[in-house]
Design a protein around this ligand. Structure first.
Ligand code: SF4
Length: 104
């Protein structure tokens, strides 16, 4: 009976030790499954998202020279995610109305 309890505790501890690795890999997999945002996406249109703001002519009226997704506070460099468009990835050279400067 004691050995059975010890075995159970060891198994439980081993399982707990593996949890962070399991969750980490699931979170990473979820982050990798972002769908590229299309300029024609309804929300992208509302936020005037552009894949390449430098190539966009004319520029949106609220555009500030030098601003793009890569230097936006809401950009997630690890997977090109964006806080405004959950589940979608944006282009580092992109831009939208929600652009906010990333603190240095
Ligand atoms: S919020 Fe920032 S990162 Fe997201 S699309 Fe707009 S400019 Fe790009």
């Amino acid at each position: 009976m004691r050995q059975s309890r010890r075995r159970f505790i060891k198994t439980a501890l081993a399982s707990l030790a593996a949890m962070p690795a399991i969750f980490s890999s699931r979170i990473q997999a979820a982050e990798e499954q972002l769908i590229p945002l299309q300029e024609s996406d309804t929300m992208a249109v509302q936020f005037q998202y552009k894949d390449d703001i430098e190539a966009t002519d004319p520029k949106p009226s609220n555009f500030k020279p030098g601003s793009d997704c890569a230097n936006c506070l809401l950009f997630k460099p690890g997977n090109n995610g964006c806080g405004i468009f959950p589940g979608k990835s944006v282009k580092p050279k992109g831009w939208c109305l929600a652009w906010a400067p990333r603190p240095n």
